[in-house]
Design a protein around this ligand. Structure first.
Ligand SMILES: Nc1ncnc2c1ncn2[C@@H]1O[C@H](COP(=O)(O)OP(=O)(O)OP(=O)(O)O)[C@@H](O)[C@H]1O
Length: 780
């Protein structure tokens, strides 16, 4: 069977009667149209216009009047069964007034083979087809569900020794990939028509039946008999297999309480039946209305269980059972109207294909083998020496590693490519070599500058102190200052030392000439202060001290070995740096400060937005939970069995909150990008400031030539923000400075604009819980 997108196929079946109301019901010879002429009031007969208003024409897939059970089956269900065996889901459903012939159509007589209905015929055909299709292996399971007074009942549970009529643990569930199913409903494997019929009849026995004026054996429940089919191909060694579900649904009949004369328990049943049928109608109406995006499936167990069987990926057929008698014309009309609506429900059947993982592995293994063979043939053809495509052995790997080493040394000119595995191993070896090299360089640097690892330094008391006393507003501080400088001196060869000393002498001379300079004055003060501190003990190992430059610690001003500073020696870098920032380096320092201020603002906005996003997320979760509770539980009270549809306001709120969340999340992302960008600017300024300082320091204090080439004091750069990851410092390009500065200023303006308003403002509506985020202006 080829399934195509289309509408639900709808048939009408008229229950045979000796009193067929010919003047009210007309079946046209096309076999598809039924006209109803319904005059409620005999006085209206006089008014031809009103009479015309009382006529309806229904064009359906087929009108089944006085047709055999066999014909009904072949026209209504045969193609659906064929489709199910090919992997299409199918649903055949009987709907109509109580006593109109639904059970007769669906199950038929359990006593007479000829009178048997759709279900036994479908089982017969299914197993015949299974026999015929020898190239496939089928597995068929059955389930039989009854929905009685909004309670789920497993009609086949007594077979498993489970208590009958127990809906405990049974619940309509949805799972991605599996669709809608009833958790807890028993599934019975069947291998023959007979086994299947046994189960059908067993289930029939367990159905709840009542007797009323219109039907002595009236079904008081909705019943869903389902065949679960799985088919694997024997012939095609394909990992794919198909599954399908064939639902055969016998709905309880709608009834006018006055006509059936129901009382007591039957009245209660009728109320449930009518209510669930009305929910079914609502769902069908929504499904038929293609503009609607919400279908109220969860209003009743019936609609929820049939969620994926009423349209969508399913071949769906409806049989509308009607009476032929005039007395039932109102109900006949409403049944036909329902049928007409059902006709508009769109279906889009597709084969339910799945992959068998075990078979897929086998298939891929086979393919790999074949490709290897192909490759070896190709190698032979192009006279290529035979290559192994197996994983490399230890010896081969060692050989590759040594080749790479020789290549890096320069003793090997090139590495010839043999196979992809070999190329991968070569690259891996290169990567290792680079990493080792990096480690070596790092260790060298650490040794040269006496640095400690960041996490290590966080444990040292000096840094801890900084962590608490400093903030991102801290100005640049010199950590190496005197210590590293002095240590460097201790490591220098004696010739260089003397050279340094000489230049210092020179420096001291020149400094003496300008004794009033702030640098030397401060230095002298610090030096004398340090002399006054007898409690200071010498540090054995020179740790990179990171002082709080706002309150200079006298301890840091001691050169290693606790030697007090001489008035004529170069000033400690920390001190000199402070002077540099207010003097020659003031412009770049000012820009750095501005950039940092912007960075701080952006960070605080980022924090604010993060909190907002989380708050909205929490609200969404909370509202979703409430909605779920509405849907799933309803009230477990004795009389409220129909699930409540979630409050429309809640749904609306949820939708708005989701929109808000998306909006705010976008804003958060933008701010995050800006924070990164500002951080980048700050890093750039810092590098510039430090490099200018280094040059200035060396020039001012006349250090020897070779030291002028010394790398930038890294501890200065590391000092800035202990909490921040170190960003890669990009080459400082002076031509980019104006650009970055302008950009930074724009950001700052924008940030102050945004910060001047609360980033998240309450909606103007009083009491409303919706929130709106202020738009963030794009950066030009
Ligand atoms: N097409 C038909 N040919 C012969 N008998 C029929 C036909 N349709 C219905 N009947 C008979 O009418 C009676 C009521 O039919 P049935 O029980 O199938 O109605 P129903 O729609 O299932 O009613 P309810 O909703 O109350 O269960 C049964 O005795 C059945 O045998």
């Amino acid at each position: 069977m080829k399934a195509h997108s289309g509408d639900v196929a709808v048939f009408v079946r008229i229950r045979p009667t000796a009193n067929f109301a010919q003047d009210l019901i007309e079946c046209l010879p096309d076999g598809q149209t039924v006209n109803i002429y319904h005059r409620r009031d005999s006085r209206k007969l006089q008014d031809s216009r009103k009479t015309r208003q009382g006529s309806w024409s229904f064009r359906l897939e087929g009108v089944l009047q006085d047709v055999s059970q066999e014909e009904v089956y072949s026209r209504v269900c045969q193609r659906v069964v064929q489709g199910a065996l090919e992997g299409y889901n199918g649903t055949v459903m009987c709907f109509g007034q109580t006593g109109a012939g639904k059970t007769y159509t669906m199950t038929g007589s359990t006593e007479s083979y000829k009178q048997r209905g759709i279900i036994p015929r479908a089982l017969q055909e299914a197993f015949r087809e299974v026999e015929k299709r020898a190239e496939h292996s089928f597995s068929v399971h059955l389930s039989y569900l009854e929905i009685y007074n909004e309670t789920l009942v497993d009609l086949l549970s007594p077979l498993q020794g489970l208590p009958h009529l127990s809906s405990r643990g049974m619940v309509v569930t949805e799972e991605p990939g599996r669709g809608v199913y009833v958790r807890g409903l028993s599934l019975h494997p069947v291998h023959s028509e007979e086994e299947a019929l046994n189960l059908l009849f067993e289930g029939e026995m367990n159905r709840i039946i009542g007797s009323h004026a219109l039907n002595r054996n009236s079904s008081r429940s909705h019943c869903i008999f389902t065949l679960h089919i799985e088919s694997h191909s024997w012939t095609v060694s394909d990992a794919k297999y198909v599954t399908s579900k064939l639902n055969l649904v016998d709905l309880a009949g709608s009834e006018r309480l006055g006509k059936t004369g129901s009382e007591g328990q039957m009245l209660k049943e009728a109320t449930y039946i009518n209510k669930s049928l009305s929910f079914l109608e609502q769902a069908i109406l929504a499904l038929a209305d293609r503009g609607r995006d919400h279908v109220p499936f969860r209003q009743s167990k019936l609609t929820h269980a049939l969620k994926d069987s009423l349209g969508g990926n399913c071949n769906t057929v409806l049989v509308a059972n009607i009476y032929g008698e005039a007395a039932q014309i109102d109900e006949t009309l409403s049944t036909l109207r329902f049928a007409n609506r059902m006709k508009c429900v769109r279906t889009d059947p597709a084969i339910n294909e799945h992959m068998d993982p075990a078979l897929q592995i086998k298939k891929l293994q086979k393919e790999v083998q074949m490709l290897k063979e192909e490759l070896s043939i190709y190698n032979t053809l192009v006279r290529r020496p035979s290559v192994s495509y197996e994983p490399l052995s230890e010896a081969q790997l060692a050989e590759i590693n040594s080749e790479v080493q020789r290549y890096l040394d320069g003793s090997l000119k090139e590495i010839s490519i043999i196979s992809i595995r070999q190329v991968q191993a070569v690259f891996a070896q290169f990567k290792r070599a680079v990493q080792e090299q990096e480690q070596k360089v790092k260790a060298q640097l650490r040794q040269t500058y006496n640095l400690v690892e960041k996490d290590q330094s966080a444990n040292t008391p000096a840094v801890k102190e900084l962590d608490t006393s400093s903030s991102t507003e801290d100005v640049e501080a010199v950590s190496l200052g005197a210590s590293a400088q002095s240590q460097k001196q201790t490591q220098l060869p004696s010739s260089t030392k003397s050279k340094t000393k000489k230049s210092r002498d020179k420096s001291s001379q020149s400094k003496r000439q300008g004794d009033g300079s702030p640098v030397s004055r401060k230095r002298l003060e610090s030096a004398s202060k340090s002399k006054l501190n007898p409690a200071q003990t010498p540090e054995k190992e020179v740790e990179p001290q990171e002082p709080d430059t706002e309150s200079q610690n006298t301890e840091e001003l001691h050169p290693p070995g606790n030697e007090p500073l001489q008035p004529d020696s170069p000033p400690p870098k920390a001190e000199a740096f402070e002077d540099f920032k207010v003097g020659q380096g003031s412009t770049i320092n000012c820009i750095l400060m501005e950039n940092k201020a912007v960075l701080l603002e952006r960070r605080s906005l980022l924090r604010q937005l993060t909190e907002e996003v989380n708050a909205v997320k929490r609200e969404i979760d909370c509202t979703t939970a409430i909605i779920e509770r509405h849907k799933m539980g309803g009230t477990q009270g004795q009389y409220l069995v129909v699930e409540e549809e979630p409050d429309a306001t809640l749904l609306l709120q949820l939708r708005e909150m989701k929109a808000l969340y998306r909006q705010r999340y976008d804003a958060l992302r933008n701010i995050k990008a800006e924070v990164n960008y500002c951080q980048h600017l700050v890093d750039q300024c810092r590098v510039r400031l430090l490099s200018e300082f280094e040059t200035w320091y060396k020039k001012t204090f006349l250090l020897p030539e070779e030291e002028l080439d010394a790398p930038v004091d890294k501890s200065l750069a590391q000092r800035e923000d202990n909490q921040e990851p170190q960003h890669e410092l990009v080459t400082n390009s002076p031509s980019a400075e104006s650009f970055y500065t302008a950009r930074c200023r724009t950001l700052k303006r924008r940030s102050s604009r945004v910060l001047s308003c609360t980033p998240v403002q309450r909606n103007s509506t009083p009491g409303s819980r919706q929130r709106r985020l202020l738009p963030i202006l794009p950066v030009s």
